[in-house]
Design a protein around this ligand. Structure first.
Ligand code: KIV
Ligand code: ZN
Length: 510
């Protein structure tokens, strides 16, 4: 049977300590409910003595949740413990998390105390908390840099005082995975009655090793991990929930299981990121935007043949709907065909070459190709087969000038030049074309949009034409030049008006 690993989530306490991540009580309740649905075993809801807001949040979260244990943080100070117990009053399952620094630095340069006095304070705090709650977790702050022998003495004493969970924080993220694993092993082997308590990891990420250290802690006997969603937390953050959970899910041989409903991971990650205004780095393991995105042609081809070729986790397992194939100049025909088929364009083998050529030209001019770009591209490929095409366009306009346009068209293979004037560049170009084409139609609506924060914006134009019978024809085009986009959109709609109208153009002997 697999060993149970308890997930202690401290997103709302250690995570919330990050500058700018403060949440109000309502927002904390939303996150707590999401964490409950995710299946965490313990929610550290706050540090009640630190502020009335924190006190209130712990109290409200206690009322709003039922399955997870609600935990409140304290120092080894009686007043802190009393306030925490009060804040936890409504929790169905509750825990007080109390503790004190055990490293030489903390004892002598922060607490200005001695090893013996710190040990006594630790024991007294646990005994005091035990008066209020059954479950008391003790943290040995800066355990990562604490002397193992002294740490073992403290741990043994607090277990004797009634602590049920012992947290071994690598507060400064100093440990190497082997060191941290060895520390847990040392405690497992040297502390009397260690089986009466659960050892917990609490690793910070200052050297980028929080997850590795937590995993080594579990391999050596810890059965609770303290984590945050997206790894947020003080400085470089805490161990991330999703990384630990998916590591054990991916490595069955480690024989560890959790209660996490992994399919909720992605949505919980987004929720926390949005509410805390804390973007997730794109390459973040499991929940980053690129975690399941494949960009090189070789990888794309491999993933399309068999997902496992380049993915160790099925994205669906963590709530991501599918792996994404990012289309760029490095993508091959396989990826392009795959994406186009999802958009509903299916090609014969030979046709894809023509589309691929257009695609590469576009991909050379921009980093990534979106579905919308592909739709535009397909419009262009389609337009290349149209009866009336825009060959070139020259518009002269400006303050004090009458806007004028010279337009070169290709009409059923014939090259013609038309010119016109108007109230603006688009109007002048349209008047030029309409002097020879389909005078019976009129523009019902023209919608011009440009999306971008830069001057490289892609202009998108929708045109709606109505013929004399009142029938609508919709045209669309996108181009970095808005006048070109407008004329192409207009011609797109004109082409859709069909061969009868086009014959009329021919009749005019253009
Ligand atoms: O990092 C740490 O040591 C902590 C304790 C307060 C548990 O967050
Ligand atoms: Zn911490």
């Amino acid at each position: 049977m697999a060993n149970q690993l308890y997930i202690f989530d401290t997103t709302l306490r250690d995570g919330e300590q990050v500058p700018g991540c403060k949440l109000n009580t309502e927002e904390k309740i939303i996150v707590a409910k999401a964490l409950e649905a995710l299946g965490v075993d313990v929610i550290e809801a706050g540090f009640p003595v630190s502020s009335p807001g924190d006190f209130n949040s712990v109290r409200e979260l206690s009322k709003a949740t039922s399955r997870p244990i609600i935990c409140a943080l304290t120092r080894a100070v009686e007043k802190d413990i009393e306030v925490a117990a009060d804040a936890l009053k409504y929790a169905k399952r509750k825990r007080i998390h109390t503790g004190i620094g055990t490293s030489f630095l903390h004892i002598h340069h922060k607490l200005m105390s001695t090893e013996e006095k710190v040990l006594e304070r630790a024991v007294n705090a646990v005994k005091y908390a035990k008066k209020y709650v059954e479950e008391v977790e003790f943290y040995a702050e800066d355990a990562g840099r604490s002397d193992n022998e002294y740490l073992a003495r403290v741990v043994e004493a607090v277990i004797a005082a009634g602590a049920t969970v012992i947290n071994i924080p690598d507060t400064t993220g100093y440990c190497l995975p082997e060191m941290y694993g060895a520390k847990i092993k040392y405690l497992m082997e040297h502390v009397k009655d260690i089986e009466k308590a659960i050892l917990s990891t609490h690793c910070h990420n200052d050297l980028g090793m929080a997850t590795a250290n937590s995993i080594m802690g579990v391999i050596n006997g810890a059965r609770q991990v303290e984590v945050t969603m997206n790894g947020i937390g003080e400085r470089a953050g805490n161990t991330s929930l999703e990384e630990v959970v998916m590591t054990f899910k991916s490595h069955k041989a480690l024989n560890i299981e959790t209660n996490i409903n992994t399919k909720n991971i992605y949505q919980t990650s987004r929720l926390v990121s949005n509410l805390m205004n804390m973007p997730v780095q794109p390459n973040k393991a499991i929940v980053g935007r690129n975690a399941f995105a494949h960009s090189s042609g070789i990888h794309q081809d491999g993933v399309l043949k068999l997902r496992e070729n380049y993915e160790i986790i099925d994205p669906v397992e963590v709530g991501v709907q599918e792996s994404s194939i990012l289309l760029s100049a490095r993508s091959g025909r396989a990826a392009l065909r795959h994406r186009l088929s999802i958009l509903g364009y299916v090609f014969e083998e030979e046709k894809i070459d023509e589309v691929y050529e257009h695609f590469l030209k576009l991909a050379d001019s921009q980093k990534e190709i979106s579905d919308e770009d592909l739709e535009n591209l397909m419009g262009k490929v389609h337009r290349d087969k149209q009866h009336v095409k825009l060959d070139s366009l020259k518009v002269t306009s400006g303050k004090g000038l009458v806007p004028s346009a010279v337009v070169h068209l290709d009409v059923l293979g014939e090259k013609i030049e038309v010119s016109g004037t108007g109230v603006g560049g688009i109007d002048a170009a349209l008047n030029a074309i309409r002097s020879v084409i389909n005078k019976n139609e009129f523009i019902d609506e023209i919608l011009i949009q440009a999306f971008s924060r830069t001057t490289l914006a892609l202009g998108k134009v929708h045109v709606q034409l109505k013929n004399q019978a009142g029938k609508m024809f919709h045209g669309f085009a996108a181009h970095q030049d808005l006048i070109t986009a407008s004329i192409e959109a207009y011609l797109d709609a004109v082409n859709k008006m069909g061969s009868i109208e086009l014959k009329k153009i021919k009749e005019k002997e253009l």
